[in-house]
Structure formats: C-alpha cells, structure tokens
Design a protein around this ligand. Structure first.
Ligand SMILES: [Zn+2]
Ligand SMILES: [Zn+2]
Length: 459
C-alpha cells in the first residue's frame, strides 16, 4: 500500500509538470510506465542521453552518469563540466539522493545499463582510473596537511628569518647605496675615490694601477680625457697592451653610457629594475622562451654576455684581462660555443642559468648558491613532468601543452609590460627578493611531493 502511494504521488507530480491528464486511479504497473516515459528527460544524462546511472553532481550543479564523467575526464584531461565547462573543485561524488530516486523510478533501465557498464572493459578501466585519481587527490591533501606541510612551514619560517637578517645586513652596510650612486652618477661628477673604486672593479689585474690613479687625484672629468698615449706614459705607465686596451674599452663604455655600467647583480638590478624582475620570473617559468626573447630583443647587452659566461670560448688572451673585459663579451660566438649553447638550451636550460650563477660565486656568495640550487630543483621538476607524461602515455599531448604554455607566457608577459610602470618600487623589491630567495624552498617542497607521490600530480 505504501509502495503504491509512493508511485502515485511521484507520478502525479510529474504529470502535472508535463501537463498530462491524471491517471491516478490506474494500476501501479501502468502508472510507473507512464511516469518513466514522461520524466525520462529530467533524469537523463547530457552525455549519453540515457537515464542517469550513479549520477554524479559537479560544483556547477550539473549531473552526469559517473562512467560518462570518467570517460570525459580521461579523454579531455580536464576537470571541467562537459556541459558548461566550469571547473569542478575537489573530487566529485555520487549524488545519493538522485541515485536512489533514479534506481527506484527506472529500475529496469538502470539495471540493464549497470550490467552493460560492468561488461564493458574500457568503461570499467576509466572508472577505475577516475577513482584512483580521487583517492590520490584525497591522500595528497591529507599528507600535505600533515607531516611534510609542518616540516616545510618550519623550514620556511627559519629561512624567512635568515633572509630578513641578510637583507637588513645588506641594506644596513650601505653596499647597495654606494653602487646605486656610481651607476646613476654622471662620470664627469665622479670624485677621485670613485674613479679608483671603478678601476678596482675592472678586475684583479687593475689593482696594479691603483697607486698612480690615487696619486694623480684623477677625477671623473680627467678620466674622460685619458687616451692610449696618456696611459702608456708616466705616471700611469701601463705597459701591458692588453690592460690598456681593457681600460680604454671600459672607458668607452662609460663614455657611451654617461654613468658606470653595472658590474654585478645588485648594480644590474639597480640599473635595470624592471628587466631583472622580469628575468627572474620568466627564466624560472620558461627558460627557453626567455632566452629566445633575449636573443631577439636584448642581444648585445644581455644575451651575448650570458652566452660567453655559460659557454666560454677557448682563447689565448691573457686570462687576467679576459675576466673583466667587456670587449670579450661582445665578440661573435664561435660555432663551437653556439653548438654547446644550443644543446644545453634544448636539454637542460636551467643548467645554463646555474653555470651563469656559478661564474658569479666569488662575487655573490649566497645569492649564487640560491640560484644554483633553484636551477637544479627546476630541472628535476621538469624531468618529473616529462616522465609523468611518458608513463601516462600522454606524450602526444606535449605539443598542445607547449602551445598553451606559449600563449600563457605571452599573455602574462604582455600584462606585466602594461602593469609594470604602475607598480610601486617597494612591491617590486619584495617580489624580487621573494623570487630570488624563497622559490627554492617552495621548489624543494614540490620536488619532495613529486618523489613521494609521483602519480598524484597527474593533471
Ligand atoms: Zn551518461
Ligand atoms: Zn556544468
């Protein structure tokens, strides 16, 4: 009796909505067939256009058969609603209320379809893969919240303290201000002390000529008038021709720029604040595209010195001069250098950045180490990503992923270029130091996660 009443009320409700004359007093059997023919549309899946089996509700509110969703997820590689394309959060579950309702209303259809699904190996496989993805997602989340999370937040806090102390020391010692001064102060206004400072920074060999410059009280204006002959004669008496050439070349650069050219990372950052922030983020996200960009648009100032540092030429020039001479970084690279560069560029681009940082190890002790560690971590992450694609037999999707990446980088780069002039200097500094000193720590966390649960990062 209860059963009959239940059918009656459901049938009646559906009939009203479909404006079908009521047949409330007919037998329950005919009743159920009428109601199923009427309401099939409401309870159908928009993937297979059949009655929902194990209906699964997404965050957008749409419902699909669980196996339809699993098939769609597997073929599209996306966490998106097949109907409205909204991304779903977490792992979608079966809507129990809806499942019980469809099971009861369309018992025969659902029973038949369940048997069909179980008999189909392809569907069973994707259902299993979908479930495994959900399990991993849950496990990764709990793991993340537990052990590793606490450990790395501890490390993060400790390193934050160290970084803050280093920065306070760095700013407090006035090193940055002094460099800022020379790279923004016109040469003609340099004092004799500043001229000597400039000379000392040309390299260890320049120490030899410190004395005469100091004794002669050479200021900026005098420095600009020095030529090859003056340098050869007393009191400078620079007899080494390579040294003279190096000094004159640097002098030419100073004349052309009007100020001292940046000679280390902090000076480069002070002179090219926007560019160094861009390089820091772009090299990390997409080293190959960024280097290609430098090749196209910043060839002589940034790309050539970078190439010469990472893939040095075998030359017979006096080693001591070679170390600092700007001229050598402007030579056209030999085919051997190009070959070495291109191989590294294609296979291990982060290695190039690590080598560049290695060359600066003597000047920037900690910063270079941070960059080298970060470059190694990023190489590991890239390797893991490729390995995942390979094992999941999705290597064919690589070109599409690269294309998506290109678009993402281009649009982000464009947004960066538009917004850059409006960002306050303080915010830029914070972003800069964050990317320099904190991203290695975040990447350690990522690498550990990948090595512990390689399968969880599937998408
Ligand atoms: Zn379906
Ligand atoms: Zn939807």
């Amino acid at each position: 009796m209860l059963h009959k009443m239940e059918w009656d009320s459901t049938g009646g409700g559906l009939e009203v909505s479909n404006v079908v004359p009521p047949h409330i007093h007919e037998s329950s059997q005919s009743m159920s067939s009428t109601s199923s023919s009427i309401s099939e549309h409401e309870f159908s899946c928009h993937c297979c256009y059949d009655i929902l089996v194990n209906p699964t509700t997404l965050t957008c509110g749409h419902n699909f058969c669980r196996h339809c969703l699993a098939l769609w997820w597997e073929s599209s590689h996306k966490n998106e609603c097949p109907e409205c394309r909204e991304k779903w959060e977490g792992f979608p579950r079966i809507n129990i209320l809806l499942r019980d309702a469809t099971d009861k209303l369309f018992h025969d259809v659902v029973h038949r379809r369940r048997a069909e699904i179980q008999a189909n190996p392809k569907i069973s496989r994707s259902l299993l893969a979908f479930q495994r993805y959900g399990d991993n997602l849950g496990r990764a989340r709990t793991n993340q919240n537990k052990g590793a999370g606490i450990f790395f937040s501890g490390v993060l806090v400790a390193l934050t303290c160290v970084a803050v102390m280093v920065l306070v020391y760095h700013w407090g010692s006035g090193v940055v201000e002094q460099h800022d001064l020379l790279i923004s102060k016109p040469v003609s206004h340099w004092t004799p002390e500043e001229v000597v400072l400039w000379l000392e920074q040309l390299g260890p060999w320049a120490q030899l000529y410190r004395e005469p410059f100091q004794q002669e009280n050479v200021n900026g204006r005098l420095l600009l008038m020095l030529g090859d002959e003056e340098l050869l004669k007393s009191p400078y008496s620079i007899e080494n021709q390579a040294h003279r050439r190096a000094i004159l070349a640097e002098l030419d650069r100073v004349k052309a720029l009007g100020v001292k050219p940046p000679q280390n990372l902090w000076e480069y950052k002070a002179a090219n604040a926007g560019k160094s922030l861009f390089l820091l983020y772009a090299l990390k996200r997409s080293p190959r595209l960024t280097l290609f960009y430098l090749y196209l648009f910043d060839y002589s100032e940034t790309f050539l010195p970078f190439l010469h540092t990472c893939c040095p030429a075998i030359t017979h020039i006096d080693q001591s001069v070679r170390e600092s001479s700007f001229l050598n970084t402007q030579l056209e690279p030999s085919w051997r250098q190009w070959a070495e560069f291109l191989v590294k560029y294609l296979l291990l681009p982060y290695q190039l950045i690590a080598e560049f940082a290695w060359d600066w190890l003597a000047v920037h002790y900690w910063t270079s180490r941070f960059i080298i560690v970060n470059a190694m971590l990023l190489s590991v992450l890239e390797g893991c990503a490729l390995w995942r694609l390979w094992t999941a037999a999705r290597i064919r999707t690589l070109p599409r992923k690269m294309w998506n990446h290109l678009w993402k980088m281009l649009s982000q780069g464009f947004a960066f270029a538009l917004l850059w002039p409006f960002v306050p200097q303080f915010v830029c500094n914070c972003l800069f130091y964050w990317a320099l000193y904190f991203s290695p720590i975040i990447n350690i966390d990522l690498v550990v996660q990948q090595l512990m649960h390689p399968e969880t990062q599937a998408l």
